[in-house]
Design a binder for this molecule. Structure first.
Ligand code: G1P
Ligand code: ZN
Length: 543
């Protein structure tokens, strides 16, 4: 019954920041999914008879790829596949299911916040037994294997009924279709004070949660409305759609502008939040206060002890390099470890497994903790609600109090999307060449370069090194300019420019962010010549 099918390699199956993301049309090429999955299975050892978890964000092509993956898992010798009903599992829920059932690993089918549909993006990511994205050692092996692969294994079997909860079989392999929400919800109930949050809603606290027509809808309806008692209608766009209703499921101020505007009005709710295509990102907006993801990380770390799951305090904090240093100040005050890692959640896995950090975050709207090995959008929303419920203060009051204690890290990111890849690469090379000469130089009145380098990470747990992780130019006053090329884009190159400036606890905390960072924006332009080289007059997205 097992069939070995001949194939020829594709040259472009190199996993990026978060799995292999490509246009759907690329994935639709004959054998494209099969080759990549076989390259993954060929790079793993010891999974005979073990369990593989499969889940996706419900985007277009999920169903096709999942049926293929189930047949190939059976042919390659897995003993069992656990798959979310209708193929659905949010990325954090998939991570939890892998851990909870001690699976060998899992396939997460998503292109996160990228648009979906026949002309959109698709993605496949392999997660290891700790529930987190495969480390570079594995993703490198997968890429190497994909370049020489000449056959894949599958079985001749009909499709699984993904709608039917319960057990079916494919050849000798068991397939269990599970409810995607149950286990995850139970985990959240162990971490947060649901009683306090319920009382908050009962007391008239209002929230709007935008599931962006993506995966978190069913989770949010269940947790916020059914269990925590928020009124029906609190969750909007709560039905997952294969095209995200033709939307762009990225919870930022561009795609959630209407919510932002609503939160800035007196009639708006007390709290607004959103999550992305696969449920790992979050957006937090209080009445009259947008919380930047970097600040959110710092605030959640500083207040985590107010939630039952973190009552005994946190072991340490990790942030990706481009994320602002706001969390560093919290770690310093708490006297706990602080780690700066390259962009991408996979770099947090070792630190979390070793118990060295409890809370992690990225400036790209990602925060999470050691409860899973992915960032977790709903977790961040629930922790915020728990904090608001205990402190009995508004988001705005909590944020201002934080700045008055730790100071404020003004922060913004300017993205230039779909830039010609050669031009972007040259731009980075040219800035890199200038770095050694920059240290000690003064720009304007108060910007003196303290360090200028290409970030290199030494993993303190496994000793591995990851080089060329982004250009950092740091100034003596705590300001920073960071430049890097995206590893998740699917067309051309995306240049990301990250800008940060520190204002002490007794400084000015009420400036407009873009205004506060104007001198650094100008300096980045002076050093990199972005406008002239790319022909763009302004960034495509500012977050
Ligand atoms: C982006 C974000 C990064 C995040 C990743 C996956 O990667 O910048 O923080 O981990 O998406 O959600 P990039 O496109 O910058 O490589
Ligand atoms: Zn995502």
């Amino acid at each position: 019954m097992i069939q070995t099918v001949k194939t020829t390699p594709f040259s472009d199956q190199k996993p990026g920041t978060s799995g292999l993301r490509k246009r759907v049309t690329v994935y639709q090429q004959p054998n494209y999914v099969e080759n990549y999955l076989q390259a993954i299975f060929d790079s793993l050892e010891g999974f005979e008879g073990q369990t593989l978890v499969i889940g996706g964000d419900g985007r277009f092509y999920n169903d096709v790829a999942i049926q293929t993956a189930i047949r190939m898992a059976a042919a390659n010798g897995f003993g069992k596949v656990m798959v979310g009903q209708n193929g659905l599992l949010s990325t954090p829920a998939a991570s939890h299911v892998i851990r909870h059932y001690q699976a060998f690993g899992g396939l997460v089918l998503s292109a996160s916040h990228n648009p979906g549909g026949p002309d959109g993006d698709f993605g496949i990511k392999y997660n290891i037994g700790n529930g987190g994205p495969a480390p570079e050692k594995i993703t490198d092996a997968v890429y190497d294997r994909s370049k020489v692969i000449d056959s894949y294994k599958t079985v001749d079997a009909p499709d699984i009924d993904l709608g039917a909860i319960g057990t079916q079989s494919v050849g000798d392999m068991v397939v269990e279709v599970i409810d995607p929400v149950t286990d995850y919800t139970a985990l959240m109930q162990t971490l947060f004070d649901f009683g306090a949050i319920k009382a908050l809603f009962a007391g008239g606290f209002t929230m709007t949660f935008d599931a962006m027509n993506a995966i978190t809808g069913p989770y949010a309806h269940k947790i916020f409305e059914d269990i925590l008692g928020a009124p029906k209608g609190t969750v909007v766009n709560g039905t997952p759609s294969p095209t995200f209703n033709n939307g762009h499921p990225d919870p930022n101020l561009v795609y959630c502008k209407d919510m932002f505007d609503l939160l800035m009005t007196p009639e708006g709710p007390d709290f607004g939040a959103a999550s992305d295509g696969d449920g790992d990102r979050n957006l937090i907006i209080g009445k009259n206060r947008f919380v930047t993801p970097s600040d959110s990380l710092a605030l959640l770390a500083a207040n985590a002890h107010l939630a039952p799951g973190y009552r005994d305090g946190i072991a340490g904090i990790a942030r990706s390099m481009p994320t602002s240093a706001a969390a560093d100040r919290v770690a310093e005050k708490l006297g706990i470890e602080m780690h700066e890692t390259p962009t991408g959640w996979k770099f947090f896995g070792n630190l979390l497994d070793a118990g060295r950090v409890t809370i992690c975050g990225e400036e790209s709207a990602g925060t999470g903790s050691d409860h899973v090995r992915e960032k977790d959008g709903l977790w961040a929303v629930l922790l915020w609600l728990n904090i608001v419920a205990v402190r009995k203060q508004s988001v705005d009051e909590i944020v201002r109090a934080h700045w008055a204690t730790y100071g404020r890290n003004y922060y913004t990111r300017h993205d230039y999307e779909e830039v010609d890849a050669a031009i972007a690469g040259q731009l980075m090379d040219d800035v890199r060449a200038k770095l050694p000469g920059l240290v000690g130089q003064n720009f304007g009145e108060d910007l003196q370069v303290a360090y200028a380098d290409d970030f290199k990470y030494h993993d303190p747990v496994d000793g591995s090194t990851s080089a060329k992780q982004g250009i950092r130019i740091g100034f003596t006053d705590g300001s920073r300019i960071v430049l890097r090329l995206s590893g998740t884009g699917t067309v051309g190159a995306t240049l990301r420019v990250y800008l940060e400036r520190y204002e002490a606890a007794d400084g000015r905390h009420d400036l407009d962010t873009q205004y506060a960072l104007e001198p650094l924006v100008g300096l980045a332009e002076q050093l990199a010549g972005i406008k002239q080289r790319t022909g763009r007059r302004e960034p495509s997205v500012i977050t």
